[in-house]
Design a protein around this ligand. Structure first.
Ligand SMILES: *Cc1c(COP(=O)(O)O)cnc(C)c1O
Length: 398
């Protein structure tokens, strides 16, 4: 049989072949059972250093029990969008808990962080506005920003002098992240808040990776850096990372939330998250607030990993968070290293362009409070000394 001739307007095969050739083709791998400190693939047990479940809550018995009780009480699905009949008392209670926890007036729930970010930008920014974004902001922010009629300016990663040069008074919104998802470093939130206030622009934080992990009670990056929540107009966070469930929220003034209820299309025209999920997230927040011991343990694991990896000669990022990039450079080398670790029973993800800039392919190692010290030692043992010049150029210190 001859292969079918490509017809139609979309060159799918060509695009896929291009990615394959550049070592950039992505494939999914199905896991079995819960993924915590360990995971199972094809019947084999691995140590897992690639999840965002930083506090080990994704498989927590109390959260699972709250989810199940929520299903018994509210059913499996919300049945409608929030402005129809999908908004329940359980959603309302979660919003109130979040508002109190984070020090904002009001909160709105979204099905995921990707849509929360897109909804906010789309609802706020018209063609008369300006949007300033850190160059390393999440894809959801970059993509929506570039599709909107507003003008978008991207500033160098955490480069406040560059941002200051770009700012125009009273024109729009500055967006950055609490903890950067692929680098693990933090945004300079005091400086961001000062620049926003001085220029009369609004400021938004995406704290997907800081929430639950940083600050007293896990309140996130702003609390950790001592920045008053009122100086950041929009706080966005997700429930699928440290909180161990799924979903997201946007918090701010009562007026902002009422505006989004009316104008955020991803909110208005989408079936609401199941009420049972809101019950599970409420339980998770209760646990997260009391999880100072887990956060201290996590801090010790981070220090242990960094010390060990540096002693082995690996190049790390400037990160004090559970996200620890191990910089490799070329995509093929990152894939090879990830495969070598898998062969020795350690699951770590290679992160390649376009998720990260070209030439900065890396292993994104993530630590969790569910790990034990021995698990970190096993990871370090599997990594071994950085093989200078052995297919991992640029990865080592020397
Ligand atoms: C994961 C992530 C999102 C998207 O959140 P989801 O709930 O997974 O859709 C948004 N921003 C950042 C920085 C993220 O890491």
């Amino acid at each position: 049989m001859t292969s079918p001739v490509v017809t139609g307007p979309f060159a799918l095969g060509e695009a896929l072949a291009g990615r394959e050739q550049a070592d950039l083709l992505r494939r999914r791998i199905a896991t079995d059972g819960p993924t915590g400190a360990r995971l199972v693939v094809d019947g084999r047990d691995y140590l897992n250093f690639s999840a965002n479940d930083y506090l080990g809550l994704a498989d927590h018995s109390a959260i699972k029990a709250a989810f199940k009780a929520g299903i018994d009480r509210h059913g499996a699905g919300a049945g409608a969008s929030p402005l129809v009949t999908g908004y329940s008392r359980a959603h309302q209670e979660l919003e109130e808990t979040l508002a109190e926890w984070l020090g904002v007036e009001a909160v709105l729930l979204f099905n995921c962080g990707f849509s929360a970010n897109q909804a906010v930008l789309k609802a706020l920014l018209g063609k008369e506005h300006l949007l300033w974004q850190d160059r390393l902001n999440h894809a959801s922010l970059q993509e929506m920003g570039s599709q909107l009629p507003c003008r978008m300016k991207r500033f160098g990663h955490n480069d406040m002098a560059a941002l200051e040069r770009q700012l125009e008074p009273n024109r729009g919104l500055i967006v950055s992240e609490g903890v950067f998802s692929m680098d693990g470093d933090q945004g300079p939130w005091h400086e961001l808040a000062t620049l926003a206030a001085r220029s009369g622009n609004w400021l938004m934080i995406d704290d997907a990776h800081g929430l639950g992990v940083l600050g007293p009670q896990g309140r996130g990056t702003l609390a950790a850096q001592g920045v008053h929540p009122a100086s950041v107009h929009i706080q966005m966070g997700t429930f699928g990372k440290a909180l161990g469930v799924a979903g997201a929220f946007v918090g701010g003034s009562r007026e902002l939330v009422e505006y989004l209820v009316n104008f955020a299309r991803h909110y208005v025209y989408s079936t609401h998250m199941p009420a049972a999920q809101a019950c599970a997230v409420s339980k998770s927040i209760e646990l997260v607030r009391a999880a100072d011991d887990a956060r201290a343990h996590l801090g010790q694991l981070i220090a242990r990993f960094r010390q060990g990896a540096e002693a082995l000669g690996w190049r790390l990022g400037a990160s004090e968070t559970p996200i620890q990039p191990l910089l490799v450079g070329e995509s093929a080398a990152a894939l090879q290293l990830a495969q070598r670790l898998r062969d020795s029973g350690v699951w770590v993800s290679a992160i390649r362009p376009p998720t990260v800039p070209v030439g900065t392919a890396r292993l994104r190692i993530t630590l969790s409070a569910a790990h034990r010290e021995q698990d970190v030692d096993s990871l370090l043992y599997a990594l071994g000394p950085c093989p200078l010049g052995a297919g991992a150029e640029g990865a080592c210190h020397a």
